[in-house]
Design a protein around this ligand. Sequence first.
Ligand code: AMP
Length: 302
Amino acid sequence: MSILVVGSVAYDTVETPFGRAERVLGGSASFFSVAASFFTPVNLVGVVGDDFGEAQLAAFRGRPIDVLGLERMAGKTFHWQGKYSYDLNSRDTICTDLNVFEFFQPKIPARYRGSEVVFLGNIDPVLQRGVLEQVESPRIVACDTMNFWIHGKAEELRRTLAKTQVLLVNDAEARDLSGEWNLVKAARAIRAMGPRTIVIKKGEHGVLMFDGEEAFAAPAFPLETVFDPTGAGDTFAGGFLGYLAGSPSADGPALRRAIVMGSTLASFCVEAFSLDRLLTLSRPEIDERYRRFHDLTVFEPV
Ligand code: AMP
């Protein structure tokens, strides 16, 4: 079952206490696509400038990632620069050069329109709805957003959420969107806006999922080496939705496995800069860490 992702494809410049990476491949759609491609074919829609070459495209080649929808525009590719302190949970954005991304109007190629799972990356909620108008009848529509849209385009975001089954946000975004500090109350308030499933990412503190009346929690995998958290959220989303798209059902147990699979993929992402670790990753390594995740969290009833 194929998955459509619409989002940023970027050059990132990242500084962490452990080093610096200059103009490396990034963007929400890049991390998402590579993570999801371990489980299901991916249809990628984004925009790059004429400075985006074969070397960068190589990350998507040799995987089931269709790049027909990756538009090339005259100008420069989106560039984001961020800096992390020793507390890798918080980062400062140094600059966001939108470049060609400022003019992004997602066009969904005809062969993508039957995609059964759609992931609307963090873009203007008006553009997110424009994507939904171009697809036929997806089984699952999932979306990401950020404070910029929660405050700047609140009404438009509400309209998009009304057409969404799954919302993936971090804890601060869930609080901002709902006006509730308590995450259980926040999830209930967001459910009333449309999505049935709310996935709240809490960085090194793991993930909380609310699905209807059910709740599920997964920790982050305890790692000795956390090098660069950039892209962990998008990689989580790719593992989560990719797994669901490749699974025959999206019932409660499948959602729980998908949460752990997303967390597994994200745990690899943070071990190196950019997509470096995801690009050397193999399915047996994923399965082995998924098993260790299970051992980490299983306990006997009293
Ligand atoms: P994450 O760490 O999961 O929040 O994702 C970081 C990625 O998001 C980086 O690779 C950036 O290129 C990309 N990014 C940063 N700011 C934006 C933005 N305003 N719109 C779209 N993508 C962005």
